[in-house]
Design a protein around this ligand. Sequence first.
Ligand SMILES: Cc1cc2nc3c(=O)[nH]c(=O)nc-3n(C[C@H](O)[C@H](O)[C@H](O)COP(=O)(O)OP(=O)(O)OC[C@H]3O[C@@H](n4cnc5c(N)ncnc54)[C@H](O)[C@@H]3O)c2cc1C
Length: 384
Amino acid sequence: MAVPGGDVVVIGGGATGLSAAWWLAREGLRVVVLERGLVGWEASGRNGGGCTHPFSPLFREEQRLWPQMDDLLGHPTEWRPNRIVMADTESELAEMEADCRAAARDGFHAEMLTPQQLHELVPIAGPDKAGGAFWHFGGHANPQRTVQAYAWAIQALGGRIVQHTDVTGFELSGGRVTAVVSAAGTFGCDAVVVAAGPQTGVLAGWLGVHLPVTPARAEIIVTEPLPLMAHGGINSTELYGRQTLRGNLVYGGGPHEWLPPADLGRDRPTTPLVRNLAKRLARMFPGAAHARVLRHWAGVIENTPDGRPVIERLPEPDNAVVATMSSVGFGLSPATGHAICDLVLRGRCDFADLRSLRLARFANLPADWRERRGWVPPDGTGTA
Ligand SMILES: Cc1cc2nc3c(=O)[nH]c(=O)nc-3n(C[C@H](O)[C@H](O)[C@H](O)COP(=O)(O)OP(=O)(O)OC[C@H]3O[C@@H](n4cnc5c(N)ncnc54)[C@H](O)[C@@H]3O)c2cc1C
């Protein structure tokens, strides 16, 4: 579809679009990223930094790439390996044992932790946990560092990033996208990648394709720095996050606040949820209950009906790839960009089976899927 030296326009300067642009630039294509705000300003710069997605077809590639990303990009991502998951109850512990067995079947090593072992690894967790698991896979990275690293790496390869540039339409001819229309002018292209997060559905609609995705707001809090623990990636069953290299705890985790599909700008933090998050973090880490919350922010998560990404080169226009990641896009981004690059260049991904991520799975989706799942704002403004 596109050949080295060809022009590819990537719409969206989040982790997905930036990674795709970086892989494409490495292949010798001329890439331009069009971003309506700043790179990483949306979910990609606001997330929990988790890089552990064992249920994705891109998991192996995610695990293969992260340890190399600092070297490949030439800039630090603050990636750190491994993950600790903590259980408060015996039934949570039983689920973790099942997860460890599943990981072993897939060739990944994980081991159960006694309450004492957990307490030694995570002193702030307190002595009352039921136990936990140590995953010798997965990891976490700094989202802001990572998007910046992608952006610098793209530019070092000659790629262009045009910020504050809203894409407003496409020019099509002969079943192909020939140009992308934006506030900064019209960009001719041999191929286009639409990686616009929750807005991917709107842009896909302009290409004549129904891509169901709906936005929800989620919050993150950051505490003051605490003494560094041996492993900074620690989850409970309800909260996820990491300890930064400076010692801050950066944590998020439910509930989703559903937004109307057309209203993606309401990403301001809300005091009641922040307080709720802080309370739950203090329960998760009693030894850190005294730590003050320094910062908090909200981000908009893109959600498909089955919670799995959509990554597909469209049958028509056949030079367009669409990608929206349904809440797992940061950690998977190195692998997603690689997959998109393969789809742009060869029309297929050779290292992972992406059939389960195609749009065809939504062929019989009822029009009121949001309402059926209760994924609408309390005031009901999210109706399809
Ligand atoms: C609070 C929170 C915690 C999370 N935790 C994790 C985690 O721990 N691990 C994980 O893997 N994922 C996590 N996620 C999800 C993850 O952040 C997203 O899946 C991922 O960032 C999606 O990246 P993206 O590039 O596809 O989309 P986005 O980051 O949304 O980027 C899309 C970009 O497209 C731009 N755009 C949209 N429309 C247009 C247009 N018309 N013209 C030009 N530009 C346009 C937007 O401005 C935006 O910058 C979390 C998300 C949130 C909000």
